[in-house]
Design a protein around this ligand. Structure first.
Ligand code: HEM
Length: 512
């Protein structure tokens, strides 16, 4: 008990010192953006909601304005709730807001090299260039063959086990990602690389949110042995560190061993064709390929959970909105029929499907608060002061649920993205679903291609229905979303996929 009090005293002392330091080191005496009242020392530590923080932030902005701030143990968190404020404060100074807040937990777990938390600097810039290059729209065309194979596999799985769409979807996104990254063929949804990735990202993203861990708010505490901050915390450090090593090294080891011991030159070819050619031409040496591997590995940890969550949001929206599904089926029957696989060439002729995809991005965002940025110098804007190192959050949910731009924002309505002639209305605000400025998600074209193909293929061949119980009654869905730190998606719910034309689908399987 005594040690607990000593420890609490130590935290209070460190927090006081942090506050004094923050006050003395201020370069401007303009106020921070307004926000809810703060308690001494701990500030707003107890005001940050555990879930649905984006809604609370949007609500506060009705009282305090579009830009609000919170203080947690002397750390400043600024939340920007509108497009115009985000443009004026961040986008006009993109270079200043390229950094990420210092994340002590990542240092403790050996993760500072991850693309997501890496702060700006030459290494980040170089990596970002490589990533952007390998995931730009034209590069996506190289991955189409792999994507088509994976989506066919998904259809076969759904046909044989129609009420396990969650597992099949995870397998599809994981298989596609791991195939183009390593030439690795995922066997099923229990695959160890997919599972490791999932567990890692699930734990890690929870640590990124502001106020989630005391060591990020008061980094000095990270110098203590993790056990002093509780057994639970010590276990988290150990597990995340171990999983990170697994996620980075295991697939890499798998390919390297395969290349060195197998006669299987195909795998090397996958790597060289898929990634190397993009930057270095076909003469790329294996060592260089290995380096790219490491980038890629870190990159794809960000890909699987996000894409799966958005795909499952789509399935949920279809079960809940049969009238939307019926309209989508009508368009698909008219443009594609049931005798062939849909392809990306069909995209311009499928505006309703395009609108469904746009509404999925908007309706329940996969990353409602994105990932925090931080300014690398003090910023004064609109009469407010934002200190260097503050955590800056762009509330994408608030922007995409603005009732003026999107009337009845909580209603799932693809028609809002179509003109009266049925054409897609471009909506640059939807990009906020993928972040903003120089750190905007480099995987957005990849996500776009993967999710769009998923939507169009599943709907061409299946009707997504509520599941029935033994008496033939529909099982009601209790809609529940789970927020895993920055990423969010629906929890499994009962539903089943019924083939619209089984014989036609089997004919397609035979031909492919
Ligand atoms: C529905 C799917 C996805 C959503 C909603 C999403 C969303 C986001 C958001 C909001 C950010 C933070 C951007 C910012 O800081 O402003 C981000 C960063 C990132 N995303 Fe995605 N993402 C998705 C899919 C992907 C995919 C498929 C990949 C990889 C192929 C990917 C790779 C990354 C990486 C590497 C970063 C860190 C970028 C940096 O810090 O420079 N994401 N994503």
């Amino acid at each position: 008990m005594i040690s607990f009090y000593l420890f609490a005293d130590a935290i209070a002392t460190v927090a006081c010192l942090a506050l004094i330091y923050q006050y003395l080191s201020r370069k401007s005496y303009l106020p921070f953006p307004p926000g809810p009242p703060r308690l001494p020392i701990i500030g707003n530590a107890f005001d940050i909601p555990e879930d649905y923080a984006w809604k609370q932030y949007a609500k506060w902005s009705e009282k305090y304005g579009d830009v609000i701030s919170l203080q947690v143990f002397g750390q400043t968190i600024v939340i920007i709730n509108s497009h115009s404020a985000l443009r004026d404060i961040v986008l006009k100074r993109s270079a200043t807001f390229t950094g990420r807040p210092y994340h002590k937990f990542s240092e403790m777990t050996g993760l500072l090299g991850s693309n997501i938390v890496m702060t700006n600097g030459n290494e980040w810039r170089e990596r970002r260039r490589i990533i952007e290059n390998s995931l730009k729209p034209v590069a996506m065309q190289m991955y189409r063959h792999s994507q088509t194979c994976k989506i066919l596999k998904l259809l076969k799985r759904v046909l044989s086990r129609p009420d396990e769409i969650f597992d099949h979807t995870r397998e599809y996104t994981g298989a596609f990602v791991l195939d183009i990254a390593y030439g690795y063929d995922v066997q099923d949804s229990e695959d160890r690389f997919v599972k490791d990735n999932e567990e890692f990202i699930n734990l890690f993203t929870r640590t990124i949110l502001p106020g989630a861990l005391i060591v990020n708010t008061l980094p000095i505490l990270g110098r203590l042995p993790p056990k002093m901050l509780g057994q639970e915390f010590a276990d988290l450090v150990e597990r995340v560190g171990r999983l990170w090593k697994q996620v980075v090294h295991e697939p890499y080891k798998w390919v390297k061993e395969g290349m060195l011991t197998d006669e299987d030159v195909d795998k090397e070819q996958v790597l060289v064709d898929g990634l190397g050619n993009t930057y270095f031409g076909s003469s790329m040496h294996f060592a260089l390929a290995s380096l790219i591997f490491i980038f890629v590995n870190r990159l794809f940890a960000a890909a699987i959970d996000t894409t799966t969550s958005a795909s499952m949001t789509f399935i949920l929206c279809m079960v809940l909105n049969p009238h939307v599904q019926a309209k989508a089926h009508e368009e698909l029957d008219r443009v594609i029929g049931r005798e062939r696989m849909p392809s990306f060439y069909d995209r311009p002729n499928l505006p309703y499907i395009g609108a469904v995809y746009m509404e999925i991005l908007r309706w329940d965002l996969t990353a409602p608060l994105g990932i925090q940025h931080t300014p690398d110098k003090d910023v004064v804007c609109g009469g407010f002061y934002i200190p260097k190192g503050a955590s800056v959050i762009g509330n994408a949910w608030a922007i995409l649920h603005d009732p003026v731009r999107y009337p009845e924002p909580d209603v799932f309505r693809p028609e809002r993205h179509l003109s009266s002639e049925g054409r897609i209305i471009d909506d640059p605000y939807l990009e906020y679903a993928f972040g903003y400025g120089t750190r905007k998600c480099p995987g957005r074209h990849f996500a776009d291609a993967t999710i769009w193909l998923y939507i169009v293929t599943v709907l061409t061949f299946f009707e997504i229905r509520m599941e029935k119980d033994a008496r033939g009654m529909e099982i009601p869905i209790n809609v529940k979303f789970e927020t895993r730190g920055t990423v969010r998606g629906p929890l499994p719910f009962p539903c089943t996929l019924v083939p619209r034309d089984r014989e036609a689908l089997e004919r397609i399987f035979q031909q492919s």
